[in-house]
Write a protein that binds this ligand. Structure first.
Ligand code: C5P
Length: 215
């Protein structure tokens, strides 16, 4: 039968590309939880919310409905699939992801999506917090240099103009905030399969993931 798969790791390790390929090949449902935190970040930026204002944060959390599906990411019906990849969102997402009301709402949504089984979720806290009972946990990582290079190629293909140095700095800053935050920091689950794909391409990594899913 189909299992639940949790993929965690630092920014730019290729989690979402690999998870998407594996989901397509295995017929699993894929959920990009990072896109959900990005969507909330987009909503806060648009509303010019002061993240230190708990009441304002609560108001946005209560009135914002986020869906992340195959055809894109939506905030109250607005398609934000492209906007959530912009540098302004990447620069603020770790601060938004550290807000308790945001995490509570999104974790609940993620568990609901996963409750059908046959799912691959990728993020930072999937194996440790969201799905601690997932049958397969993978911690996907790579050197900062190869992660930055990969993200740079990906963004450039989509018309992005950020330099390799800017991307590397952004990734390093996000990793630091994501692993040092109080709630659900980026952690490798004790029972995760550890994969360093610095010297593998995404296709090879996806092959490995598919083998692990079928085992
Ligand atoms: O996966 P991606 O790099 O797009 O995630 C964007 C940000 O969302 C991360 O840097 C992190 O701050 C946050 N995130 C999180 N927990 C998750 C997934 C993402 O805190 N499960």
């Amino acid at each position: 039968g189909k299992i639940s798969v949790a993929i965690d790791g630092p920014a730019g390790a290729g989690k979402s590309s690999v998870a998407r390929i594996a989901a397509e090949r295995t017929g699993y449902v894929y959920l990009d939880t990072g896109a959900m935190y990005r969507a909330f970040t987009w909503a806060f930026l648009r509303a010019r919310t002061d993240l230190g204002d708990a009441a304002a944060v609560q108001r946005i959390v209560e009135t914002t409905e986020i869906t992340a599906e195959r055809d894109g990411v939506f905030v109250n019906g607005t398609d934000v699939t492209a906007s959530i990849r912009e540098p302004a969102v990447s620069g603020h997402v770790s601060a938004v992801a550290a807000l308790a009301p945001v995490r509570e709402k999104l974790v609940q949504l993620q568990r609901k999506t996963a409750s059908t089984g046959g799912v691959i979720l990728d993020g930072r806290d999937i194996g440790t917090v969201v799905l601690p009972d997932a049958e397969l946990k993978v911690f996907l990582t790579a050197s900062i240099a190869s992660r930055a290079k990969r993200r740079w190629l990906e963004l450039r293909a989509k018309g992005g103009t950020e330099s390799l140095a800017e991307i590397e700095a952004n990734i390093a800053a996000r990793d630091k905030m994501d692993s040092e935050r109080e709630i659900s920091p980026l952690r490798e689950a004790a029972d995760a399969v550890h994969i360093d794909n610095s010297d593998m391409d995404l296709e090879e990594t996806a092959d490995l993931l598919c083998r692990l899913i079928k085992e």
